[in-house]
Structure formats: C-alpha cells, structure tokens
Design a protein around this ligand. Structure first.
Ligand SMILES: O=C(O)CCC(=O)C(=O)O
Length: 273
C-alpha cells in the first residue's frame, strides 16, 4: 500500500501530511549533483547565445518542457565561469521529469509518484516538476501564503503538490509553513500568466479567518504531500546554508486544466505516473 490509513485521514483532515526519511541520502546527493550539472549546462547555453533572455518571467514562461533556470540578476554581472552561475539560481524547471532521467525516476518512484497516484483518481498525471533554490543569505526567493491551485487550476479540482526537501530545512533557511485545514476553503483566486508574471483572472474574497501557519521543519529526504488548496508559504533564507526543494505537481486525468493556466498539456498529452 502506498499510503497508510493515518496518512489518508491526515490529508482529508489537514490538507497535507509529511513523510520523513522517504528518499535516501544517496539519492538526495545524486539529485543535488544532477541539479548542479543542469544549472551549469543552462549557464553555458546563455554564454554561447543558445539561451538569450535573463529576465525571470521570460524564462519562466518558456520553461514548461525543460530544465530552464531563473537567475538572480539583482547582484550585478553574471559570473565569467558557467560553473559559478549556480550561486545565482532561483528556480530550475518546470519539466525536470521530462528531460532528466534522475529527476524523472524521483518524480515517478515509490517516494513521490506512488503516493501521488494513491491520492488521485486514476490516471495520475505529472503537470510540472521544478527545484526551488533559496541561496544562502538571500531573500529573493520567498512565498507569501498561497494556494497552488491558483496558478495550476484543475476542474474539477485535483491538484496535489509533492515537496521533497533536498536540504535540511528550518525557520532560519526558509522552511515551508502550511495552514492546516485550508484545503476546505474555496479557491481564493485563479491566476493567468502575462508578460510581467501572474495576474488574477477570477477571485473571491479570502474568507474572514485567522490563518496561523504551522512551520514544517524537514530533514533532507522528507516529502510533504499538500492539497492544491492548502495555504502554504515560506520565508527568506537567512542562514549560510542553501535551501533546495524538488516540487512535483500532479493532477488526475479525470480533471482538465483551466484554459487560463500557464502550463498546458504538451502535444502528446501529460504522461501518467
Ligand atoms: O519552495 C517553497 O518553499 C514553496 C514553493 C511553492 O509554494 C511554489 O512554488 O508554489
């Protein structure tokens, strides 16, 4: 069985559950090493002119099917050597499972894919996969309280996020926080992608409630499974350590993606897990 009755119950009650020790340290090390390679390759593409724009939203919009890197350009000139660009990486995706065998096996394997499959009416489809990269002592990557279903809206709703900690995470380096039970809220806003980022296409006032986020410190190798409407957030990285997370979003093939959603299925359709 891929999930226990207690996990099923927690998901229904709280809108998330956490599984420590899901991915062995050797696999986490291998994913981080592969990540470095993908980032250096992308940097080399910029240096030889294969990739041009360094603008965040240009890169994000074009990132559905590959391993594009969004860069922190706020710290001046990019480094001379491609290997040194990793210190500027903010986000890598959103098709890691499509272009890289190791990330594909992580996304589809026992620790993530099987659990997503157990949570979703079959068939379960991977919509996107990416690494969120918070650099040491940097506040450029942080997230206010949001529902992922706002920017990946499925009808009827079936979105689930798997969040794999690739580093130990705590309050100091920007661990995830969630507001238990908020998956029972309606979708507060639906977002589409414009030239300068996401903009609201449909919104309802957020219910008058006191949202108290709960910090989820995680050891590397932990996976959290989060309902698409569960409010979550994460702060800046104030530590000298990196904070990397693999995020994999999945939906049921019995739903469809809203037409305003920034990711649409590739021509051959989404792949089942
Ligand atoms: O990496 C994180 O802390 C949160 C990521 C997230 O919520 C998102 O990408 O929507």
């Amino acid at each position: 069985m891929s999930i226990t009755p207690a996990e099923q119950e927690a998901f229904a009650r709280d809108g998330y559950f956490v599984r420590p020790g899901s991915v062995p340290a050797t696999m986490v090390d291998a994913l981080n090493a592969r990540l470095s390679r993908l980032i250096t390759r992308c940097a080399a593409d910029h240096q030889d002119g294969t990739r041009k724009s360094l603008a965040f939203w240009d890169i994000l919009r074009g990132s559905r099917d590959d391993a594009s890197v969004c860069w922190d350009v706020s710290r001046g000139e990019m480094p001379a050597r491609a290997e040194d660009w990793e210190a500027r990486a903010m986000r890598v995706g959103h098709g890691l499972h499509r272009v890289d065998d190791l990330f594909a096996s992580a996304a589809r394997g026992q620790a993530i894919g099987s659990v997503l499959s157990a949570l979703l009416p079959p068939p379960a489809w991977i919509v996107q996969s990416a690494v969120v990269y918070k650099q040491p002592r940097s506040d450029v990557v942080q997230f206010g309280l949001h529902q992922d279903a706002a920017y990946l809206t499925t009808e009827p709703e079936s979105l689930v996020l798997a969040f794999l900690a690739l580093d130990d995470m705590d309050a100091e380096n920007g661990a995830l926080s969630v507001v238990p039970g908020t998956h029972r809220d309606p979708l507060h806003v639906a977002l589409a992608m414009g030239p300068d980022g996401f903009y609201p296409v449909e919104g309802r006032p957020r219910p008058e409630r006191d949202y108290t986020p709960e910090l989820l410190p995680m050891r590397r190798g932990t996976v959290a499974f989060i309902h698409g409407r569960t409010l979550h957030a994460s702060g800046p990285n104030r530590s000298p350590r990196p904070r990397r997370a693999l995020i994999v979003h999945a939906m049921s093939g019995t739903s469809r993606l809203a037409s305003n959603t920034w990711i649409q299925p590739p021509p051959e359709g989404f792949q089942s897990i």
